[in-house]
Design a protein around this ligand. Structure first.
Ligand code: ADP
Length: 359
C-alpha cells in the first residue's frame, strides 16, 4: 500500500464523511482510504475509529430529514467500510507500532528501576562510610584519653608525679574533643533548626574569643593569623555560645584546610542594616561542585579528606543551621587551589553599646 506524505488529520473525518454523503464521489472514498494511514500513525485503534465515525455521523445528520438521515447512515457505513478495509491492511503496522511503544515503555521502566537500585546501593554505601567515619572519629580521642590515663596511672604507682599533670591535660583535651563530637552528632541528628535564646550582644568579643581558640593551631602550622580588630561595637541579637561555636568552626576549618605557611584573615564590619564577620584563608579552596555541597551533613571533599583525616563533615551543616536561627546567612566564595572566604551576615540590632551583654 502506498505511503502518503502528510496524511490528513483524523479531525478532517467529519468533513470528509459529510463530503462523501453529499457527493458520493470516488475522491471522497480515496480520502477515506488515506485517512486510515493517519489513524495508524497516531496509534488509534478500531474502537477509536468507530467512536470518531459515530460522532462525525451525528454532526452530518444534524438538521436532516428522516429520509435523508436514513440515506446518510447507509452512505456513512459505506465510508466507514472503506476506512476499515484500508485500516485492516495497515493493522499490522498498527500492532507493530503499539509493540514498539510497549517495548520502549518497558525499557524506560527497567531503566528507572535500575536507577532506583543504584541510588539505594549508593545510599547504603554512604551510610556505611558515615558509620566508619563516626566510629573512627570517636575512637581517636577515646584511645588518646585512655592511653594518657594509663600512663598517668603507671606513673602515679611509681610515685613519679611530675609527668602526670601534662598527661591528664592531654586526656582532658581528648575528652573535650569527644564531647564536642558527640554534641555535634546529637545536634545533627535532630535535623531541624535549633531554638536559641537570643540576647543583644556585641559580636567583637566573640570574634576575638574564637580567634584565641585557633591561635595555637595556626601557630603550629606557621599560619599567619591576622585579626583586623574592630573598635566599633557590632550589635546583634544572638546566642553567644552558638556564634562562638560557629565562628570557631569557620576558623578551625580555615586553619585545617590551609597548608603550612599560609594565611588566615578575620575581618568584621557593619552597615545600617547588617553586621558581618569574614574568615578568609589562602588554603586548598573548593571547586564549584564542592562549594554547593559543603553544608550537607557528612559531606567532605576528597581533597579535605586527604589534607586532614579528622572530621565528620558536620561543622558547616551545624554552622548553617545556627546562622539561619539568627535570621542571618553564610556567604561563601572560593577558588580551587587559591583559598576560601566564609562571611556570616546577621541583622544589625538597633541599640547602644552600653545595653549590650559582653562575654
Ligand atoms: P569537616 O571540616 O569536619 O570535614 P565541615 O562541615 O566543617 O566538616 O566542612 C565540610 C567540608 O567543607 C570540608 O570537609 C571541606 O571539604 C569543605 N571546607 C570547609 N571549610 C573549608 C575551607 N576553609 N577551605 C576549603 N574547604 C573547606
Amino acid at each position: 500500500m502506498p505511503y502518503y506524505e502528510g496524511a490528513p488529520s483524523p479531525d478532517t473525518y467529519p468533513s470528509m464523511l459529510s463530503q462523501y454523503v453529499r457527493e458520493h464521489n470516488e475522491n471522497a472514498l480515496y480520502h477515506a482510504s488515506i485517512l486510515s494511514q493517519s489513524f495508524v500513525e497516531r496509534g488509534l485503534g478500531p474502537d477509536d475509529i468507530v467512536a470518531i465515525h459515530f460522532e462525525a455521523l451525528e454532526q452530518v445528520m444534524k438538521g436532516a430529514s428522516n429520509r435523508d438521515q436514513a440515506r446518510a447512515i447507509a452512505d456513512a457505513h459505506q465510508f466507514l467500510l472503506e476506512v476499515m478495509i484500508a485500516y485492516g491492511v495497515r493493522f499490522k503496522e498498527y500492532l507493530e507500532l503499539k509493540m514498539r511503544e510497549s517495548i520502549h515503555e518497558a525499557e524506560l521502566r527497567a531503566n528507572a528501576d535500575r536507577q532506583l537500585a543504584l541510588e539505594a546501593q549508593q545510599a547504603e554505601q554512604q551510610k556505611s562510610e558515615i558509620m566508619a567515619m563516626i566510629s573512627h572519629e570517636l575512637r581517636t580521642p577515646l584511645t588518646a584519653a585512655k592511653g594518657n590515663i594509663d600512663v598517668a596511672i603507671t606513673l602515679i604507682r611509681r610515685g613519679q608525679m611530675e609527668r602526670v599533670g601534662p598527661l591528664l591535660g592531654n586526656a582532658q583535651q581528648a575528652l573535650e574533643r569527644l564531647s564536642r563530637l558527640t554534641t555535634d552528632l546529637v545536634e545533627a541528628s535532630r535535623g531541624e533548626r535549633p531554638m536559641l535564646s537570643l540576647t543583644t550582644l556585641n559580636l567583637t568579643p566573640i570574634v576575638e574569643q574564637a580567634c584565641r581558640w585557633v591561635h595555637a593551631a595556626a601557630a603550629s602550622k606557621n599560619i599567619n593569623l591576622v585579626v583586623e580588630s574592630h573598635t566599633e561595637a557590632l550589635p546583634v541579637r544572638a546566642n553567644a555560645d552558638a556564634l562562638l561555636s560557629t565562628l570557631g568552626n569557620l576558623l578551625s576549618n580555615a586553619v585545617r584546610y590551609t597548608p603550612n605557611g599560609g594565611g588566615v584573615t578575620v575581618r568584621s564590619g557593619h552597615d545600617d542594616q547588617q553586621v558581618w564577620v569574614e574568615v578568609r584563608d589562602t588554603g586548598i579552596g573548593m571547586s564549584e561542585e564542592e562549594r554547593e555541597r559543603i553544608f550537607e551533613r557528612f559531606y567532605r571533599s576528597p581533597q579535605a579528606r586527604t589534607m586532614d583525616g579528622r572530621g565528620l563533615g558536620l561543622g558547616l551543616a551545624l554552622a548553617h543551621d545556627m546562622v539561619l536561627a539568627h535570621e542571618g546567612q553564610i556567604v561563601v566564595e572560593s577558588e580551587l587551589g587559591k583559598g576560601s572566604s566564609f562571611r556570616i551576615v546577621l541583622p544589625r540590632e538597633a541599640t547602644t553599646a552600653t545595653e549590650m551583654v559582653l562575654i
